[in-house]
Design a protein around this ligand. Sequence first.
Ligand code: ZN
Length: 347
Amino acid sequence: MKQKTVAIILAMVILIWIAIPRHKPNPFPVNSIIDYEKGINVHYPVTGNNNLDKKIEIFINQTIDEYTKKNLTNSFLYIHFSCYSSLFTMFRFKITIQKDPALRNFFKTSSSYKNFLALNSTKNTNIKAVANPPVETPPITPPNPNKKLIALTFDDGPNSTTKEIVDILDKYDAKGTFLILGTQIEDNKQVLIDTYNSGHEIGNHTFGHKILTSLSQKQMEEEINKTQELIKSVIGIYPTFLRPPYGAFNTKVRENCNLPILLWNKDTMDWKNREAEYIFNKSIENLEDGDILLFHDIYPSTAKAIEKLIPYLIENGYQPVTTTQLLESKGITPQDGVVYYSASKNT
Ligand code: ZN
C-alpha cells in the first residue's frame, strides 16, 4: 500500500514536471538580423517546422491584410510571433516590413513566402549571402477567371530544346512548369536563368533521375536536396515542387521530401512517340479545365507540338499557367508530401 502511494506521487511529480513549459534557449541565433536593402528585417528564427511555418505564414498574411486596410503611409509593419513547437522549445521571431506594395506582394503569395522561409531556415548559412532577393522579379501573368486553366509541365531539362519551348510560351504570354534535373544544370545555367526570369515555374526532378523508391532514405534525400541547393544557387530561390522520376513515390518519399509532389493526369506520350502531330493530338484529347499535362523539353518533336498547341489552346479559351497558379486559383495551397495529379485530384 505504501509502495503504491509513493508510486502515484512519483508519477504525479513526473507529469507536472513534463507539463511545465520551459523557455529553452533558441536553437537558432537570435542576433542574426537580415537587413534587406529594401526594408525587411527578420530576427531569427523561422522554425523550419512545416506546421509552425504554415501558422506563421497565415498569421503574417492576416496581419498584412489588416495593415493594408488601414492604408497607413510611410510606416513600417512590425509583426511579432512566438510559439511553442513542443513543451521544451519556444520559437520567437520578429519581422519588419516597409510599406512597399512590391514587398507586400512578395509575402502575400505563399510560394514566395515559402521560398523566404526556406532561405532563412537554413542553419549555418551566410546571412548576407542569402539576404538578397532574386536579381530579377519574374513577370507574373495573373490567371484569367474566364479562361479554362491548365498547367503544362516539362521534365528532364534544361537543355537546348528548353529555350525553343520557352520562346514559344513567351510569345503567347503562356506559362509552364519546368522540372529540372540536377545533372543538366551545370551546362545549361543560362537556360535555367532565362526560363525562370520569363516567369515560368521551376521544380525539382532530382539530381540523377533515379527511382526514388529504390533508394535508401539518405540517398533519396541527397537526390532531392542537392538539386534544391543547386537550383537555388543559380536562380536565387528554391524549386516549388518535386516531380519524382517515373512518377515513382511511396510513403517514405512523401514524408521526407519537404515539397509538394507534382504528378500529372495527362501523359502526352512525347517520350514514346516523336511525331509532333501525335503529341499535339494527345495533348488536346479530352482536355479539361484544371488538367496537368506531362511533356519533356528534350525532344525537338515536343517543341514542334508546343508550337501548334499554344495558339490552339488560346483560341479555344485555355490559359496555360504555372502549376502553383493553377492550384491556387482553384483554392488549393500546395502542401508538402501531398501528391497533385490535377486541380481536382490530389492524395
Ligand atoms: Zn524524367
